[in-house]
Design a protein around this ligand. Structure first.
Ligand code: SF4
Length: 191
């Protein structure tokens, strides 16, 4: 990680903190996560470069901000950078997006009730009550989708923080689906 890259991302971590905090204000704000999922690809298609990963990713900024001094900086596990690990993570998140999409459609059709709580790794409910400080109603399918997006973001960020603590702060970037989908050839990610 160059000094320049750190300074470019410096401050963007606030957006990540704000995103997760807004989930306690009203879960509907989680729909903003769609921007974080789509914008990296829009930038990549427009520029042909991974501008999001290089300059604008609020999650990478958070990893650097929290972990750059406390990361244990252990050597990455053998095989962690292998393509099949990246592909496995990509498939997992593809399944996650597929389930979120299909279940949202089912909720919108009135076939199933919305899942109105956060889950870790798709299936594990997180035992934290979200106070919902703003009381306004959104349709059941939007409620369901909001919780699914929040769950995805929380899962990947939590795993990223654990990896970053053990290895280098941006260890998650090695296997991040956005990195995998926008990389033409393997790159070395440094803390
Ligand atoms: S690889 Fe993922 S976490 Fe890392 S900078 Fe890119 S989008 Fe952000």
């Amino acid at each position: 990680m160059t000094k320049n890259r750190i300074s470019t991302m410096d401050g963007l971590w606030v957006i990540t903190v704000l995103f997760f905090s807004l989930g306690f204000v009203h879960i509907g704000f989680s729909l903003l996560g769609l921007f974080c999922m789509g914008f990296p690809f829009a930038l990549y298609l427009k520029s042909g470069e991974k501008l999001w990963c290089k300059k604008y990713c609020p999650r990478a900024s958070l990893f650097l901000r929290i972990l750059h001094k406390i990361s244990l900086k252990k050597p990455l596990l053998k095989g962690f950078t292998k393509q099949n690990v990246k592909t496995g993570v990509l498939i997992y998140f593809g399944i996650n997006v597929f389930f979120a999409t299909m279940s949202t459609i089912m909720v919108s059709l009135g076939r199933v009730a919305p899942i109105d709580y956060v889950r870790f790794l798709i299936v594990f409910p997180i035992p934290v009550a979200f106070p919902q400080l703003l009381q306004f109603t959104i349709s059941p399918w939007l409620l369901h989708l909001s919780y699914r997006i929040y769950s995805m973001m929380l899962t990947s960020t939590t795993i990223g923080l654990i990896l970053g603590f053990l290895y280098v702060p941006r260890a998650w970037c090695v296997i991040c689906p956005i990195q995998t989908l926008t990389t033409k050839k393997p790159v070395k990610i440094q803390g």
